[in-house]
Design a protein around this ligand. Structure first.
Ligand code: 4AD
Ligand code: MG
Length: 476
């Protein structure tokens, strides 16, 4: 076969120099034929669009034609011609075809309309489907949007460790990291495992968040963000939870609560706009095949001002709704952590917009959140202390961002650490920020996959990460 420099399909489809000889390489999406002519839809992943290859049976040997089946990998030399068919400007009249990789007839993606559940069992191949190709190209684009946004705002990308000896959220839902022989553990007289002979000489785990190290960086570089995998061993088998997920965590010195909310809102809108500006082919496909309201919803988010709602006001609204006959499965008294049914009611029924909820009861939030000066009044009664936490709640997704202004007072922070029984010896380095020139600061964590859920209209978080890790599942 003549050696011609390959053109990606995304580029070949833009070319109008008809009559030129081109080479494309890719995988067969479908092949059909009639009256001695065959048509191949070829895709190389560069775009959701296929290029059509047209050939005459007579010009190719039978053995080659037999190998051109769905899933096979081809290299095609041919003439770029204007296409008579609707929906495509050009096609390629094949002159030479080399089958780079034949496809076994057990190929699991031959049938159209396979269920999401089934496709998860072939996650090693599902990126070759239209939907997953679209999702993963959008996922890439969202990562680029994130870096672009923060870089342009003067934030520095700061790398925080994945292996940690501290438990940031104090939730005890971490995966341990060890090289110890689990069949022969060294224990003290109380039966407690001794870690001094372990790889790091102490108990270590995979991080649940880069925030604490991010705070160190913010008090040095001013504005930083982390963007990496985080791990949670919570047994949450829901369409919104993964055991391994990616989180974006900006942390900013000298920011207050209103400014933090501005940043959250501006950042999400920038990412959504990026998708609309850069991923339209994929969004149109998803809008047609997965979620008919997708593009409209994305556009409306950009134009909508997010609601800013103190927790206490949210409780009042929910209690009022209950009085008027609304039924919830879980109670919602002041002090309760809102269940997703409550969040959905506020976002999808009451306001019909994204909601940034703030000033939560101290007891249901992490130790590092800044304590509000005043106690809130709920239905005329003074309640317990609140903190400057912010959760961004999105339609269909629920919580997409969790963040807060941080407690910068050394004494108050120590008070929280002690009253919650958080081991002090693990926290000394974190406390140093409050000792050596402490400053007001804050930040948030955006669940990357939850953003991808929103931007793609997919329904299950397992379908927006290439290889999902959930309780009982770590295949591929
Ligand atoms: O609300 P979270 O737990 O906040 C933190 O980890 C803070 N340290 C962030 C910060 O202030 N720097 O998690 C942040 C976000 C959530 O809003 C959610 O979008 C996502 O991370 N998230 C998950 N996504 C997928 N699977 C899980 N198990 C998740 N847990 C949290
Ligand atoms: Mg949270």
């Amino acid at each position: 076969m003549e050696k011609i420099r390959r053109t990606k399909i995304i580029d070949v489809l833009k070319r109008t120099d008809f009559g030129e000889t081109v080479n494309v390489k890719g995988w067969v999406r479908s092949k059909r034929g009639s009256k001695g002519i065959f048509f191949i839809a070829l895709n190389d992943g560069s775009t959701i669009k296929n290029v059509q290859i047209v050939g005459e049976d007579a010009n190719f040997d039978e053995a080659t034609i037999k190998l051109i089946t769905t899933g096979a990998c081809l290299s095609v030399n041919g003439t770029l011609v204007e296409s008579p068919a609707a929906g495509q400007a050009s096609e390629i009249q094949a002159k030479e075809i080399e089958v780079l990789g034949a496809c076994d007839n057990t190929y699991p993606l031959q049938k159209k309309g396979a269920s999401w559940e089934y496709l998860r069992t072939v996650a090693h191949l599902r990126p070759r489907t239209n939907t997953f190709g679209a999702v993963f190209r959008i996922r890439h684009n969202m990562a680029m949007a994130i870096h672009s946004y923060f870089h342009q705002k003067g934030f520095f990308y700061f790398h925080t460790p994945l292996i940690t000896a501290s438990d940031c959220e104090g939730a005890g839902q971490m995966f341990q990291v060890t090289t110890k022989n689990l069949y022969d553990l060294k224990k003290d007289e109380n039966g407690q495992i001794i870690y001094d002979d372990d790889f790091f000489g102490k108990q270590t785990s995979l991080t649940v968040s880069g925030q604490l190290e991010g705070e160190l960086a913010a008090t040095a570089l001013g504005s930083i963000y982390t963007f990496g995998p985080t791990f949670r061993a919570e047994n949450s088998n829901t369409p919104r939870h993964l055991a391994e997920f990616w989180m974006v965590e900006p942390e900013v010195a000298f920011i207050d609560l209103p400014e933090l909310m501005d940043l959250e809102e501006d950042f999400i809108k920038y990412c959504v706009k990026w998708a609309l500006d850069n991923c339209m082919d994929d969004l149109e496909f998803l809008n047609k095949m997965v979620d008919k309201g997708l593009i409209e919803r994305l556009k409306s988010v950009i134009d909508t001002e997010f609601v800013r709602l103190p927790y206490t006001k949210g409780i009042e609204i929910l209690q009022e709704a209950i009085k008027n006959g609304k039924k919830f499965e879980f109670p919602c008294n002041w002090g309760d952590d809102l269940a997703s049914e409550h969040e959905r009611f506020l976002v999808e029924e009451y306001f019909k917009k994204p909601v940034i909820m703030t000033n939560y009861p101290k007891a249901i939030k992490a130790f590092y959140m800044k304590i509000d000066d005043e106690k809130p009044v709920c239905n005329g009664q003074v309640m317990e202390e609140t903190v400057q936490g912010t959760d961004v709640l999105f339609p269909q997704i629920g919580e997409i961002i969790g963040g807060s202004v941080r407690e910068e007072s050394y004494d108050k922070l120590i008070g929280e650490i002690e009253s919650r029984g958080i081991p002090m010896k693990d926290m000394w380095w974190y406390l140093d920020t409050r000792k050596f020139g402490t400053c007001p600061h804050g930040g948030f964590g955006l669940g990357f996959e939850r953003l991808i859920l929103f931007v793609t209209g997919m329904q299950n978080i397992r379908d927006v990460i290439p290889f999902p890790r959930t309780p009982g599942k770590a295949d591929f």
